[in-house]
Design a protein around this ligand. Sequence first.
Ligand SMILES: *[C@@H]1O[C@H](CO)[C@@H](O)[C@H](O)[C@H]1NC(C)=O
Ligand SMILES: *[C@@H]1O[C@H](CO)[C@@H](O)[C@H](O)[C@H]1NC(C)=O
Ligand SMILES: *[C@@H]1O[C@H](CO)[C@@H](O)[C@H](O)[C@H]1NC(C)=O
Ligand SMILES: *[C@@H]1O[C@H](CO)[C@@H](O)[C@H](O)[C@H]1NC(C)=O
Ligand SMILES: *[C@@H]1O[C@H](CO)[C@@H](O)[C@H](O)[C@H]1NC(C)=O
Length: 398
Amino acid sequence: MKLRIFIFLLPLLLLSTTTNAHNITHILAKHPDLSTFNHYLTITHLAAEINRRRTITVAAIDNAAMNDLLAKHFSLYTLKNILSLHVFADYFGAKKLHQITKGSTTTSSLFQATGEAAGTSGYVNITDMKGGKVGFNPVDSDSDQPMATYVKSIEELPYNISVIQISHGLSSPEAEAPTASPTDLNLTSLMAKQGCLAFSELITAQGADDTFTQSVEGGLTIFCPSDETLKSFMPRYKNLTKEGKTSLLLYHGVPLYNSLGMLRSSNGLMNTLATEGANKYDFTIQNDGDDVKVQTKIVTATIKGTLIDEDPLAVYKIDKVLLPRELFKTAPPSPAPKSPKSKRGSTEDDDEADAPGPAEDDSDLVADSTSNDGNRFRGGELLSVGFSLFVGILMCIF
Ligand SMILES: *[C@@H]1O[C@H](CO)[C@@H](O)[C@H](O)[C@H]1NC(C)=O
Ligand SMILES: *[C@@H]1O[C@H](CO)[C@@H](O)[C@H](O)[C@H]1NC(C)=O
Ligand SMILES: *[C@@H]1O[C@H](CO)[C@@H](O)[C@H](O)[C@H]1NC(C)=O
Ligand SMILES: *[C@@H]1O[C@H](CO)[C@@H](O)[C@H](O)[C@H]1NC(C)=O
Ligand SMILES: *[C@@H]1O[C@H](CO)[C@@H](O)[C@H](O)[C@H]1NC(C)=O
């Protein structure tokens, strides 16, 4: 029994170490001539994305250059794509920019990472030109565009974030392509195209798509189980009643917009589209380092990718089906609870990890659920139980 107590204390200990290394809004606030750029980073939610990443470069443009961009009257969603071209997934301090080997390098931008960009769009060429100038050029930009050049360094926190100023806004036809407002999106086909096909098909088959679609305008966050995850769950899904199936699907939607940044800064209870009355069909958001976890009484899922994050709609891919206790009985305590294992084993960067490991998934689902097959020890679990014990013993001593 003691062991279990320590295991549950462990996440609390880890939580207290969660801090953001940098705050782009704060950095840019010291530069009034970059205030428009700063403002748009905030309202497009790119600021939160920048803050949660490490090893990143932000190429800011001044208010005059921002006004040129705003004069084109892009929608906020298109503007987000254009501004994400200004955030590079690598660290370029002033020194590195002026010492680029072979004079030129190509870096990927956040636009590339959003999945909105096709092919090479989303990559930016950086060229160390004659006379100490450094040029920036999106790989698929129109050739008649003036090349943006390096102006100065704004702030360097090696090797977390480098903020520089460049002369012009970066753009490309792909980034400028009109982006539909989330309220006009076809939710089920959006999910189907980005790795949640099985979940979207269940929603359609169950006639629950209207409930989801009608919720978008007021704000909606969906946690969709990946196709791999859902496949192994299907026997148990089929076993539910018609009402049970609908409740389970609606349980994966929260009638509020939550950006990843908001989820990261808010541990606590969330109501879902299935909630009817207090303490029914709710779950808990729990941060764990860079991971955001969704905890029901029965299972803990981790966010593994973002399908869309545009106010008022966010859709995240998760690695477990969320099992409400109203439909699935709590599992009897098993000798090797899974939670410490996933806590300790989730150190890899989730940014690009869109596809959860399928083999891992299936067995996790079984062990976390009502099935009585909870006796499977693996090396990692033994290690983490050992670690928990160690922490527990330390806590007894002090
Ligand atoms: C970042 O800095 C801004 C301005 O200083 C502040 O309003 C905001 O709360 C900070 N965000 C975080 C996550 O600390
Ligand atoms: C980007 O760099 C690559 C290789 O360095 C080069 O072939 C290409 O022409 C460059 N594109 C632009 C738009 O500068
Ligand atoms: C970079 O981030 C790490 C981890 O958050 C932090 O410990 C370190 O102080 C940061 N470096 C700088 C220069 O701010
Ligand atoms: C969404 O797309 C699917 C097929 O791609 C279609 O069957 C469905 O009617 C669309 N839903 C809406 C609300 O337009
Ligand atoms: C389906 O439900 C029955 C009756 O509740 C139960 O005995 C059986 O184990 C369930 N099957 C699965 C795959 O969950």
